[in-house]
Ligand binder design. Sequence first.
Ligand SMILES: C[S@@+](CC[C@H](N)C(=O)[O-])C[C@H]1O[C@@H](n2cnc3c(N)ncnc32)[C@H](O)[C@@H]1O
Length: 238
Amino acid sequence: MNGNPVSEVFKIDCKEFMKSFKDNQFDLCIADPWYGIGMTKNDTTGFAAKRFRVTAGINDEAPDRETFEEIRRISKNQIIWGGNYFLDYLGNCRAPIIWDKGTGANYFADGEMAWTSFKTGCLRIIHHQWCGCFKDSERNDPVIHPCQKPIFVYKWLLEKHAKKGMTIYDPFLGSGSSRIAAWDLGYDFYATEIDPVHFENEENRFYQYRNSQLFAQDELLECQKSLEFRETLGAVKE
Ligand SMILES: C[S@@+](CC[C@H](N)C(=O)[O-])C[C@H]1O[C@@H](n2cnc3c(N)ncnc32)[C@H](O)[C@@H]1O
């Protein structure tokens, strides 16, 4: 890879954004729309509702048929979280993905299902615990979105379903976990997020992450340079 990948997010309705793109513009669309089950609007008891409903997530309506048609027009393949809610629009699925969240015996869903457009392959399951403070990753990181998925799960999706050089689009970005995964794995990435609060939080999260990565890279380079320099002076010998 030459340099860093493209990583661009637009604060805009994905439907508007997609109009400007030709058919199959993106190689893979990974989408996680609101499912329209009223999580942020009607649920007044859950953690996410309490924590986020006053700041964001006012509109949690599911996308319409036209939005899905656009998603399928502008991308060669699609992975759509919560696809089980949209089977009328999406049709049959040969290779669904199940994310087992390891939530245990309680009222939380055991996991989530993603619909995929892949014509080969079969059902795959990823096990990655994600339930309150019981998490297999990002244990000490702040949660900035009511539907935040782990970066780990997005990396797994990309490793299994994308190839180097592909361009990825996420229409419903949320916390930006997909963006960080794509960045780390070197994929060019575009996304849209309509909610200004989520957009701002995601931007802060991404740039903090990216800067810490770049800073670490710079530090490493400096160390290497300094070591090489000392070696040329004969200061460091095996
Ligand atoms: C289920 S959340 C995505 C969560 C994300 N996967 C994560 O890991 O954080 C859906 C997001 O899509 C955004 N959204 C909803 N409708 C949209 C639209 N028409 N265009 C762009 N973004 C939209 C919402 O504001 C919300 O942040």
